[in-house]
Design a binder for this molecule. Structure first.
Ligand code: NAP
Ligand code: MG
Length: 490
């Protein structure tokens, strides 16, 4: 098991320093309830220090060469890879997710993410054009945007830090990053590991409560951009804070994504896809396939097979490599998930499997399916953020597209079918930022990820996010060599 420090300080200007008022928060392992460490509870003065450090660093970091920044990103990727087992264990102890996920997904994809941005920036170029009367040369350059305030959630603490930090470094910006107070350890360990490859102040990490340091950060006058991943409620406030200051914002928010199973699907692929969609990371996934639409003619048989599969899932100690589902983030969330199951039952849904706190412990929830759900029920409209799939019947393509789009969210989704036309036509008709076909929850670097509707603004995990972390400078040169003559008296 990873050796954790007994307490962690803030990471500001390249060094670990205590919070000014000395305030701390306890850190628990959600799977065992055991106190595993402490983090600093940053005050407003600490946020000010972090922003000032990022500002100072920006003045030189903005002028680094692309090759230098690419090299930094590659070094970070190598360091993460060399410490993969350790970082995965830290993440599992802090978050409760199974080690096979932290190792093979969270940490592995973070390595890929840093390498991806190291690569793409070497191929980026501006553009130029001749305009006017064939005499104006327009040059389009992208320049770093400045100091970015970045706030990330607890469901993928390490991977979300990678999604935020790689583009910041790639673009030549600097960051004040606030992880969730539930899960700050893996990013602090990352800072310890990479602090010598990163110029001082380029990344600053302030830990502490969202309602305190998060709230203060999002309204800070020293920021040039905000980037947020988390709930739609807090995301809306981050958007408002950005609007007040007229700075850009990117938001990755909640979801209630449709996983559509047509009768002609490869059934083994579809069963696998439902499990990947709703059980991965204990269902605490913004793009989880939480609304499972199954075509009428296969509904009963499919549900029966799915129930057997859900029953076979190994729930338990997240550090055991054979564990398939670990702990929810805390007891409060586990209870909230069970309350949703009860609401579903009151609304007329049936519990096909699960529905209870698992015998593995009070923060563990059984893999759960609610059947005979209608899309207008609360359990089909609200994000449960747990391993609870709702099963909804549908008749045909037109009906399922209508139902899938009847949601305020639009982040993920999938279509399972063997018919290429049906797959693509359904995918195109879905109001959502990502549609998987015959798979679910694949999030490699190199494809844009982000939401339609209330699921967010902007696309991450692709080079197009660099447009959000830079701004455009247009330089226009008159090549005519003579005055315009516009004010000559004739
Ligand atoms: P959350 O409550 O919105 O928290 C997200 C982050 O915001 C945390 O760091 C939190 O800090 C901070 N925060 C809370 N209140 C704040 C405030 N008033 N001002 C500034 N910051 C504040 O969301 P969560 O419950 O941690 O995460 C779950 C949600 O995130 C789900 O809805 C999920 O769908 C969404 N999510 C979306 C994506 C995506 O890519 N679209 C990815 C992951 C998660 P504390 O935790 O310390 O309070
Ligand atoms: Mg914890």
């Amino acid at each position: 098991m990873a050796n954790l420090q007994s307490s962690y300080d803030l990471f500001i200007d390249g060094a670990f320093i205590k919070a000014e008022n000395g305030a701390v928060l306890d850190v628990f392992n959600p799977a065992t309830g055991e106190k595993i460490s402490q983090i600093a509870d940053a005050s407003e003065a600490d946020v000010d220090r972090a922003v000032a450090s990022a500002r100072k660093a920006f003045e030189s970091f903005r002028h680094t060469t692309t090759a230098t920044r690419s090299e930094i990103l590659l070094k970070i990727a190598d360091i993460i890879e060399q410490n993969a087992q350790f970082l995965a264990e830290v993440e599992t102890m802090d978050n409760g997710k199974p080690i096979r996920e932290t190792l093979n997904v969270d940490v592995a994809l973070s390595v890929e993410h840093f390498r991806y941005f190291a690569g793409v920036i070497m191929g980026e170029e501006g553009s130029s054009n001749i305009l006017g009367n064939n005499n104006l040369l327009s040059i389009v350059l992208r320049e770093p945007i400045g100091v970015v305030g970045q706030i990330i959630p607890w469901n993928f603490p390490f991977l979300m830090a990678a999604w935020k930090l790689a583009p910041v470094i790639a673009a030549g910006d600097t960051s004040v990053l606030k992880p969730s107070s539930e899960t700050s350890l893996s990013v602090l360990e990352l800072m310890r590991l990479i602090k010598d490859v990163l110029p001082k102040g380029v990344v600053n990490v302030i830990t502490g409560r969202g309602s305190k340091s998060g709230e203060y950060l999002k309204n800070h006058e020293g920021l040039d951009k905000l980037a947020f991943t988390g709930s739609t409620t807090v995301g809306r406030d981050v958007g408002l804070a950005a609007a007040k200051r007229i700075i850009p914002v990117t938001l990755e928010l909640g979801g209630k994504s449709a996983n559509i199973i047509y009768a002609d699907a490869d059934i083994q692929k579809a069963l696998d896809g439902v499990m990947l969609g709703i059980l991965f990371n204990q269902g605490q996934v913004c793009c989880a396939g939480s609304r499972i639409f199954v075509q009428d003619e296969i509904y009963d048989k499919f549900v029966e097979k799915l129930v057997a599969k859900f029953k076979s899932v190994k729930v338990g100690n997240p550090l055991d490599p054979s564990t398939q589902m670990g702990s929810q983030i805390n007891e409060k969330q586990a209870k909230k998930i069970i309350e949703y199951v009860e609401i579903g039952v009151k609304e007329g849904a049936k519990i096909a499997v699960g529905g209870k706190i698992s015998s593995a412990g009070k923060t563990f929830v059984e893999p759960t399916l609610l059947s005979e759900v209608r899309n207008d029920m609360c359990v089909a409209q609200e994000e449960i953020f747990g391993p609870v799939g709702v099963l909804i019947r549908f008749k045909d393509e037109a009906e399922v597209i209508k139902l899938a789009n009847d949601s305020k969210y639009g982040l993920g989704g999938a279509v399972f079918t063997r018919d290429i036309n049906k797959a693509l036509n359904t995918a195109r008709a879905m109001e959502t930022g990502r549609v998987w076909i015959n798979t679910y929850n694949q999030i490699p670097a190199g494809a844009p990820f982000g939401g339609y509707k209330e699921s967010g603004i902007g696309r991450e995990t692709h080079k197009m996010i660099l447009n959000h972390y830079t701004q455009v400078k247009n330089i226009m040169i008159d090549l005519s060599g003579k005055p315009s003559g516009f004010y000559e008296v004739k």
